[in-house]
Design a binder for this molecule. Structure first.
Ligand code: GLN
Length: 198
């Protein structure tokens, strides 16, 4: 039975949490930060924001969120990862720290910092499969790209010839930061994914 508002958590151990909460709220979802395992109940979806994946990985484990998050992903919870969030969802990392782990779930190899360091951040209008209304303005900040993707992964967008947005079942990931542009279409797509499994 569908409820009136979706409840979407934003992993809030590190990174740009508030921007995602703001966009999701503007789309009518009840969005809030998640820091504890007990806050993971009754979610219709989860966003893993951008930030620093090595730090996020350490904090997720320190806060006992690693196993519960893996279980939710395995159970089919819709999850959207942006930038560091994409890295967290990747089954494999290139240029990760030696002890860096990911939650996994997406059959992709992600290359960290692939587009360069902070100074090399850039913006580009890119075509995004399934989004009406023209290209999406994509902001890349020390962004990863997807080096390879398994057969079950849909490629949704590319920039500079590289894969920068993917979907596999209930998992969505972008190398870029749609939460900072005022264009809510990527979040809208994710909200629709959450409704589909509600
Ligand atoms: N380079 C960062 C990392 O490896 C990601 C950058 C971002 O999320 N903006 O986690």
């Amino acid at each position: 039975m569908s409820r009136s508002a979706l409840t979407i958590g934003v992993l809030a151990v590190q990174g740009d949490v508030r921007e995602h909460v703001r966009v999701l709220t503007s789309l009518g979802a009840q969005a809030h930060g998640i820091r504890r395992p007990t806050e993971l109940t009754d979610l219709d979806g989860l966003v893993i924001p951008g930030g620093e994946s090595t730090t996020m990985d350490k904090l997720v484990r320190a806060f006992d969120l690693f196993d519960p998050l893996r279980a939710l992903i395995a159970g089919g919870l819709p999850v959207y990862g942006s930038c560091a969030g994409m890295i967290m969802l990747a089954d494999r990392i290139a240029e990760g720290r030696p002890d860096q782990q990911t939650l996994g779930g997406l059959d992709i190899t992600v290359r960290r910092n692939a587009f360069g360091r902070q100074v090399d951040s850039f913006e580009e209008d890119i075509d995004f499969v399934g989004l009406d209304g023209g290209p999406v303005r994509a902001v890349f900040i020390r962004a990863p790209w997807v080096e390879d993707a398994g057969d079950g992964v849909d490629v949704l967008a590319r920039a500079a010839g590289r894969i920068v947005a993917v979907r596999q079942g209930a998992l969505l990931a972008t190398s870029f930061h749609p939460e900072v542009t005022g264009d809510a279409r990527v979040h809208e797509l994710f909200v629709e994914m959450c409704k589909d499994v509600q």
